[in-house]
Design a protein around this ligand. Structure first.
Ligand code: NAP
Length: 272
């Protein structure tokens, strides 16, 4: 497990699409719950508020693990570094713990933005670099393009979507996956299996879903505005799903319910 993954404690708090008071309150509740890893992006337009909310928690900078992502519009040589410097200014930080390229670029040539990402690392703007929304082949290509380790590929990952190809690429390349849309934006709650399984462990449906993600070797990135959900989503380290229950949940992968595709995001690649 790489240092970035250790620092996230396998659970990170997502900030999209939060803003304003809702974002401030959610980050305060997440920090109070114990979250130390927070996920934002240039695209979310909330880096400044995230920085303000994190400063208000009073948590020491070196205890935090902050990830932001470079918008594909900033992948040009003239814009990339300037945009990262602006992100740091907005976040009120000298560095982020991980800087990701948010999407592969349209047209598919991943090399230029990855080289700029590595330069940001060399300039000390970030402690680690990573990727997001990369396919299995892109993961393999990325590994051969940059010398520094890529600490994560953040992708849509929940039990209703078959991501076995990406999981295989993660173990082959050593680039671990982190999840987004971990509870499929609520869609998982339509499946009674999670609640049924949870009863055996004294856990909720959401906790079963997130624990399944962790046991797949994937770090769970979740977002909630409700303190009770924020606490429940964090409280997933004191039980282990049996292999029978893991298999039962795996079977739901066949649903192939994908939230983020080309209809929503122009940069979405042809998914595996
Ligand atoms: N890299 C990328 O391209 C990318 C794309 C999308 C998202 N992300 C990141 O991933 C984070 C999370 O993803 P997401 O927001 O798409 O999806 P998500 O975490 O699957 O869904 C969030 C929604 O689920 C609800 N929820 C959360 N925990 C719950 C629980 N225990 N019980 C019941 N409802 C619950 C929340 O409602 P309540 O507020 O009512 O709890 C919220 O509306 C984002 O905030 C963002 O940081 C990254």
């Amino acid at each position: 497990m790489n240092i970035y993954f250790q620092k996230t404690h396998q659970r990170s708090f997502g900030t999209y699409p939060l803003e304003g008071e809702v974002l401030m309150n959610a980050i305060a509740a997440a920090a109070e719950t114990g979250y130390r890893a927070f996920d934002t992006a240039q695209m979310y337009g909330n880096e400044a508020e995230t920085g303000e909310a994190l400063a208000a928690t009073g948590i020491a900078r070196d205890e935090l693990c902050v990830t932001t992502k470079v918008h594909p519009d900033n992948f040009g040589e003239a814009d990339f570094m300037k945009s990262v410097e602006q992100s740091l200014k907005s976040l009120r930080m000298d560095y982020v713990d991980a800087l990701l390229v948010h999407w592969p670029p349209v047209g598919g040539d991943i090399a230029p933005s990855l080289r700029l990402l590595q330069q940001a690392l060399e300039r000390g703007l970030t402690r680690n670099i990573g990727i997001s929304n990369y396919t299995a082949q892109m993961m393999r290509d990325a590994k051969s393009i940059v010398d520094a380790p890529l600490v994560t590929n953040q992708v849509e990952f929940h039990p209703l979507l078959d991501q076995s190809i990406l999981l295989r690429a993660a173990s082959e390349t050593g680039i671990p996956l982190a999840s987004y849309s971990s509870v499929a934006r609520g869609e998982v709650f339509k499946y009674p299996q999670f609640e049924e399984i949870g009863r055996g462990y004294g856990k909720t449906a959401g906790q079963v879903v997130l624990r399944w993600i962790l046991q797949k070797g994937v770090s769970a990135n979740t977002m909630s505005t409700k303190p009770e959900n924020i606490r429940a989503n964090f409280d997933i380290m004191d039980f282990t799903l049996s292999s029978i229950d893991m298999d039962r949940i795996d079977a739901l992968n066949a649903t192939n319910y994908r939230i983020v595709g080309k209809d929503l995001v122009p940069w979405a690649p042809d998914w595996d």
